[in-house]
Ligand binder design. Sequence first.
Ligand code: XMP
Length: 330
Amino acid sequence: DWKMDAFVENTIKEIREKVGDGKVLLALSGGVDSSVAAGLLSRAIGRQLTCVFVDHGLLRKDEGDEVEAIFGPEGQFDLNFIRVNAQQRYYDKLAGVTEPEAKRKIIGEEFIRIFEEEAKKIGAVDFLAQGTIYPDVVESGLGGESAVIKSHHNVGGLPDFVDFKEIIEPLRDLFKDEVRKAGLELGLPERLVFRQPFPGPGLGVRIIGEVTAEKVRIVQDADFIYREEVDNAAAEYKKEHGEDPSWMPNQYFAALTNMQSVGVMGDFRTYDYAVALRAVQTVDFMTAESSEIPYAVLNRVMNRVINEVKGVNRVFYDLTSKPPGTIEFE
Ligand code: XMP
């Protein structure tokens, strides 16, 4: 794509001119936007860039290691990569907290605290980089719907807790599809570039009620199986028909209800959790319909989740549209 090629080349040049021999700090979440920003900055200024990646223990299965494989010392980019393993710290903070907004607030505030601690260790930087894209600029200006309904901790004003001179936002003029193209141009893996949206508070909003390490393990494993089966079924369909199936969801994940119920496994009575499967089709994520995943796929997921994930004895499929439901559970 020659246009993206030109964008990448120009942006690298602009970053070099702006940054000079200064130091740049970026909070890397592993999402598409901050990853593309990291890739661009790395190509432009190499080790003048430091990326801080906070693993809050609410990521999808193996996600922290995948981010490290791409951006860490064994990866393909020249930069300083700091991974903060804050899993236990988050679980401690979240212990006993059940109210959704309180959970979101704790997760957001803890991130700021950790980022602040890391920034202090690094010392003064010249620039704070952010993966802000054009729709974020518009959304924060107009106060987007979801920003009002839920406190999105990753769309906000400038952090005032890090000592820096200037902000740098290399993706500010791009739409999401352009960001993805830039990501491919930079050599980021397709599964990162085309990954589905994942909320900043992560599995924290997909575990109804109190978050514990045990519940995180359950939802991670169930979600992994669900995505694997949906992806396989979709790939099979595509191989046969040359296009995505009509039921292909734009976002699909497992969540953990806060419900335990009685079941039977072999000769034993169980009293275990119910997993909820969600899959939605949507254009803008403001409204959504549940996706008509084939029954056979759902059935396979149900069997695998119950057999492979300890602590689960029931699987539900969520049929709710948005509105009245939201896509996430909290
Ligand atoms: P809801 O649940 O509000 O979600 O219907 C709409 C879309 O927004 C995502 N979402 C978030 N994304 N930080 C984010 O970056 C958040 O706090 C957050 N909450 C929801 C959600 O995954 C869906 O794509």
